[in-house]
Design a protein around this ligand. Structure first.
Ligand code: URA
Length: 209
């Protein structure tokens, strides 16, 4: 079973509380999501391998640790996942960015892929799927399905707010995927919105409500 890591850092929780506030406008919402994404990236990369290299300081020569060159890929789920990309890139500027676009078929209610462009070496990269709201888990499961079909082997999921239903669904369908979130809220309402949540993340990011 994949791990579920709730990033309970005071800065993350403070910023998330401001994002939840209905009076927070798109400019602040975007900036806060970027900042939280950067802070979460610090935690999600905790297990990256390092290697010793030799460096000469102004005083002495020594051996010190650097990242061992593991390749990272970020895959935001369109559209709200885009709001997390820049924050993560600030910490991992060498990461490549793929995109997955999904819509829900109005009749079958199943997610349908309408766009997918991934780095060609997706099978060699540790992939971090980005989507702020892990609600039913339908989009996250479908995006991870598509990534695995295209060869991705190491995948983590980074969300801001999750519902217990979404966490369970990803764990059931993709037991190898660790999930990182800033909060697990109470439940989903009848429209599959997370309660208390923060509303529609895409609309709040881009002012389209
Ligand atoms: N997507 C959102 O943007 N918000 C929710 O609460 C659920 C899904």
């Amino acid at each position: 079973m994949g791990r579920v890591v709730v990033i309970d850092h005071p800065l993350v929780q403070h910023k998330l509380t401001i994002m939840r506030d209905v009076n927070t406008g798109p400019k602040d919402f975007r900036e806060l999501l970027e900042e939280i994404s950067m802070l979460m990236a610090y935690e999600i990369t905790r297990d990256l391998p390092t290697e010793e290299v030799e460096v000469t300081t102004p005083l002495a020569r020594g051996r010190f640790r650097m990242l061992a060159g593991k390749k990272i890929g970020l895959v935001p789920i369109l559209r709200a996942g885009l709001g997390m990309v820049n924050g993560v890139l600030r910490l991992i500027p060498a990461a490549r960015v793929g995109h997955v676009g999904l819509y829900r078929d109005p009749e079958t209610h199943l997610p349908v892929e309408y766009y997918c462009k991934l780095p060609p070496d997706v099978n060699e990269r540790e992939i971090i799927v980005l989507d702020p709201m892990l609600a039913t888990g339908g989009s996250a499961v479908a995006a991870i399905d598509f990534l695995k079909e295209r060869g991705a082997r190491q995948i983590k999921l980074m969300a801001l707010v999750a519902a217990p239903e979404g966490v369970r669904r990803v764990q059931e369908r993709h037991a190898d995927v660790d999930i990182y979130v800033a909060a697990i809220d109470s439940h989903l309402d009848e429209h599959a919105y997370i309660v208390p949540g923060l509303g529609d993340a895409g609309d709040r990011l881009y002012g389209t409500k």
